[in-house]
Write a protein that binds this ligand. Sequence first.
Ligand code: MCA
Length: 499
Amino acid sequence: MNLSALFDLSLRGRAQRLALEYTSHTGDVRPLTFSDVDGRASRMAQELVARGVGRGDRLCVHLANRVEFIDIFLACVRLGVVMVPMNVLYRERELRHIVSDSEPKAIVAARDSDAVYPAGAPVWFVEELAERAASREAERPAVAVDGDDPALIVYTSGTTGTAKGAVLSHNNLAANGITLTTVWRITDRDRYLAVLPLFHVHGLGNGIHSWLISGCTMRLLERFEQRTAAAVLADFKPTLFFGVPTVYVRLLDSSVISDEQARAVGDTARLFVSGSAPLPAHVHEAFRTKFGHTILERYGMSEALMIMSNPYEGDRRAGSVGPPLPGVSARVMGDDGIALGDGDVGEVEIRSSSLFKEYWKRPDATTAAFDDGWFRTGDLGVRSSDGYYTLRGRRGDLIISGGFNIYPREIEELLLEDARVHEAAVVGVPDDVRGEVPIAYVVADDAFDVSELHQVCRAQLASFKVPRTFLRIDALPRTALGKVQKHLLPPWDRRITSA
Ligand code: MCA
C-alpha cells in the first residue's frame, strides 16, 4: 500500500475535523481541517510537477517544523518523489555530502536560513513555493506509487565517516505507523503535541504518521523550547507526547513547570513516549512523581524505524526498551556468529516489516549491514527470560547528545584538516541534561592554541557536534598496530551540566 491510501483514512475520512494547529509566521495559532491539509498537499504537488519533479526524483528539504514541511512531505508521497530531510542545524560541510550523494532536483530552504547551500542543486525558497502552490488547483496528481517505492532517504553517519542514506519505502513507513497507532492505542480522540524536529524519524516517521493514520489533532511547535512547550502543554492539553530524554529532563525543571502545573498536565494526558537515546532511570522515576505518568520507553533506528517498545498495558520497565514490536523478530548474537541465550550480552540483530532494504548507492555498506537477512543494529543488548531487552551500549563509538547522533570520526576529520593538529580523538562524556556531550583530545604544535579549534567547529558543524572542550595531550594512546585506544585517554573527571 502506498502511504497516500493510508493517510486518506484521515484526509478524506475525517475531512471536516480539526487536524492541525500551528503557529504562523505572524505568531497567531492557525487551525486546519484534514480537508485543508489535503488541499494544501495537492496544490504543493501541482507546484512540484510544474517544476519538473516526478516519481523517483529526490528533493532535499532543510526546514524547521513549519506547516509547509507537511505540505511538501505529502506532495512527495503523492508524486512518488523521495524526500531527503536534512537537519536544520547542519552547516555547509554537512549539507554538501547529502546533496552530492542524493543528487536532488532541488533543495527547499527558508529565506531566512543562514546556511550556505552547496552548488549542485538549485535552492527553492519555501515561501515562494508556498505562494505559487496556493494559486494552483487542489487537484490530486494521477501518479501510481507502489508500496515498495522509496519515500524517504534518511542520512545516518557511520563510524566510517561519510553519512549513508537509508532508503525507507512507503511500505516501511506504513508498517511502522500502523504498528505504533495500534500498540500505543492512538485514536482520533488523541491530541498530539509535536515538539521534535520533523527532519528525523522520531518526529516524522512516528509523529506525523501516527497523526495522519489515527486522525487525531496535532499541535505543531516549530521546535522544542522549554518555556513555550510548558505553556502549550497547559493550553493545548495534549493526550499524547513524544520526547527524547533531554526534553523530559527540561520538563522536570521546576522553574519551567511547577509541581502543580505538572499534575494538571498529567491529569489530561494519556501517554508520554521516550526514545532516540537511553532514558536514565532517575528521570523515569522523577517524571512519574511529578506528572503522575510512567514514561513508555521504546527503541528504534533510522534504518529500521521502531524496533522494540515497553508495553502500553503491562510493566513499563525503567532501563529496558521492552520486547520487540509486532512484525519485528530479534536475536542477540555472540562474536562467533552464534545466537546467545537469555541473559547474555551480544549484538542485537533484527528482521522487520519496517526495515529498510538498502543504503542509497552503497551496495558495500548494505551488504555489511546484514547478516543472512538479519540487520546488524550495532547495539549491544541482552534479553531477559520474559522477553524484555535492555541495551548495553554501541559497538561503534557513537555519541548521542540531546537525541542527536554524533560520529566522532566526522569531528576528528575536521580537526585534522588544520595542519597544526597532528592527532585528534573525540569521545562522549556524561552530561546531566543531554545525556552525553563530545570533548576532543588533540596533539598539536606547541605554539598552537587548541582552543582556536572551537571557532572552526562552530563554523563548520551543527552546534550539538561542537566539542565542549579541547584538551591538549602529548600523544594518543595506541595499540601496537596503531589503533587509537580511546578508553586509555586521560580521564575527564569534570561532570558537565549543560545550561
Ligand atoms: C536545538 N537547536 C535548534 C533546534 N534544536 N535550533 C533550531 N531548531 C531546532 N529544532 C539548537 C539551539 O539553537 C542551540 O544552538 C542548541 O541547539 C541547544 O539548544 P537548547 O535550546 O539548549 O536545546 P535543549 O533544551 O538542550 O534541547 C535540545 C533538543 C534537541 C530540543 C532536545 O536536542 C532536539 O530537538 N533533539 C531531538 C533530536 C531527535 O529528534 N532525534 C531523533 C533522531 P546554539 O548552541 O547554537 O545556541 S531519530 C532516532 O534517533 C531514532 C530513529 C529513534 O529511535 O528515534
